[in-house]
Design a protein around this ligand. Structure first.
Ligand SMILES: Nc1ncnc2c1ncn2[C@@H]1O[C@H](COP(=O)(O)OP(=O)(O)O)[C@@H](O)[C@H]1O
Ligand SMILES: [Mg+2]
Length: 410
């Protein structure tokens, strides 16, 4: 057995030089450490530019780094501003594998903790929420679920590169592709799926060990946004080991308005209730024998990102928050970050070259695979998409009408 002496730690040491085929990097500082690896800032020796490296222990069976790498390469194709670019990758034999990526700033957990009351101002919470929503929609657009949406997995850019008003999405280790590449269709829902993610922010479905879909990422996003705005979730005092109690909370929250009121006590209630309804909408379709999950539309449905965004925007307008109001971590500068409306959620096909396999080696694309059946499958997919789109559009119309009616009433 290995001892836990520092000398046995396979992770990079301060000032250590790491070599790749392209360049050399000097390790500067530890930025974050998880159970399977760590993130460091490094200096690229060829031009003294700073980057981040994410390392994964070579002996871990988790192999999440390949997912980080593939997702970020996918993101590069859609040219989103919310993802770091990967510039290099390599392995230090028998110690760790690593990717080199853009260096960004503090994560949103730390930024909230830096505020005097451990909560963001409403303006900061809503602006940040909108950017995170857009990044989730973009990740879904190229076929991945995140499955670990939480404040530690989003960070602001660096002041030095004038990107500190832009939010970046991080940590794709638990991502799952929900489309079959090259086949143009959605993956079939699994009957069961082991728990993934973080108890506090995990969607109910994930806690019930059910396969999760796109709207489950939105549910986690909502918990995160509520925490930013109110300073805490009703189950904040429960530990990861109290998973059953948190699960109970999230289950009861579906049907108990008093719990919803409590959760939203300092949030823009009207709009957050509307979002809650969207994010819980399909999950309420449990059978009376409760755990039997029946409505497959739940899993396959496209969330109404536009409506969620509209609620955020309405909350900002209703609270007289201006587009230029500063962010809490840069109080003296008018906001100059992106103001974007999320896309419609249509999923695109990607062909990512040089995908990394779980073993760390590079695979060719699957382009050649299954060419014959492709057209047949595509047609099936298109039909399904047409049907889903129709359902989604009906749902969106209904949501908009409901919101307008609710807002008129109030
Ligand atoms: N590109 C980056 N630039 C700066 N800091 C980063 C970067 N990537 C990750 N971090 C920091 O490291 C922490 C852990 O990274 P993450 O990718 O979430 O790994 P883990 O799987 O250990 O959670 C993040 O919360 C963030 O603070
Ligand atoms: Mg993380």
């Amino acid at each position: 057995m290995q001892s836990s002496d520092e000398g046995d730690d396979p992770m990079p040491r301060d000032d250590e030089e790491l070599k790749t085929k392209k360049d050399k990097y000097k390790v500067l500082a530890l930025l974050g450490k998880g159970g399977y690896g760590a993130v460091y800032s490094v200096l690229r020796l060829s031009d003294s530019e700073k980057f981040a490296i994410k390392c994964e222990n070579a002996n871990t069976c988790r192999k999440a780094l390949y997912m980080d790498c593939n997702v970020l390469k996918g993101a590069a194709q859609i040219k989103s501003r919310h993802f770091c670019t990967v510039v290099d990758q390599a392995a230090v034999k028998d110690r760790f594998n690593f990717i080199v990526m853009k260096l960004i700033g503090k994560n949103l957990w730390d930024l909230r903790m830096d505020t005097p009351e451990c909560r963001f101002s409403l303006g900061t919470a809503l602006k940040t929420a909108a950017q995170c929503l857009v990044s989730i929609q973009q990740l879904h657009k190229f076929g991945y679920l995140h499955r670990d949406i939480k404040p530690g997995n989003f960070a602001a850019g660096r002041k030095e590169s004038n990107e500190h008003h832009t939010i970046f999405m991080l940590d794709f280790g638990l991502c799952r592709e929900f489309v079959k590449r090259g086949e143009g269709k959605l993956r079939t829902q699994r009957a069961n799926a082991p728990f993934r993610g973080t108890t506090r922010y995990a969607p109910l479905n994930s806690m019930l060990e059910l396969d999760t879909g796109r709207k489950d990422d939105i549910e986690s996003w909502l918990y995160m946004v509520v925490e930013w705005t109110s300073g805490g979730l009703p189950w904040r005092k429960l530990k990861a080991s109290d998973r059953d109690k948190v699960l109970q909370f999230k289950k009861e929250l579906r049907n108990r308005e008093d719990l919803q009121e409590d959760m939203f006590y300092s949030c823009p209630k009207k709009e957050f209730f509307r979002i809650l309804k969207v994010s819980y909408h399909f999950s309420t379709s449990f059978h009376s024998d409760y755990f039997q999950y029946t409505d497959s539309l739940d899993f396959y449905a496209t969330p109404d990102y536009g409506f969620v965004y509209y609620c955020i925007k309405h909350a900002a307008d209703a609270n007289k928050i201006k587009d230029t109001d500063p962010l809490d971590w840069d109080p003296n500068t008018p906001y100059f970050g992106p103001i974007e409306v999320p896309g419609d959620g249509a999923v695109i096909e990607l062909e990512v070259e040089n995908r990394m396999s779980a073993e760390g080696s590079i695979n060719k694309t699957r382009k050649e695979k299954g060419k014959k059946n492709e057209e047949k499958e595509n047609e099936k997919y298109r039909t399904r998409k047409r049907e889903n789109k129709k359902n989604d559009e009906d749902e969106k119309m209904k949501n908009k009408k409901d919101l307008e009616a609710a807002l008129k009433k109030s």
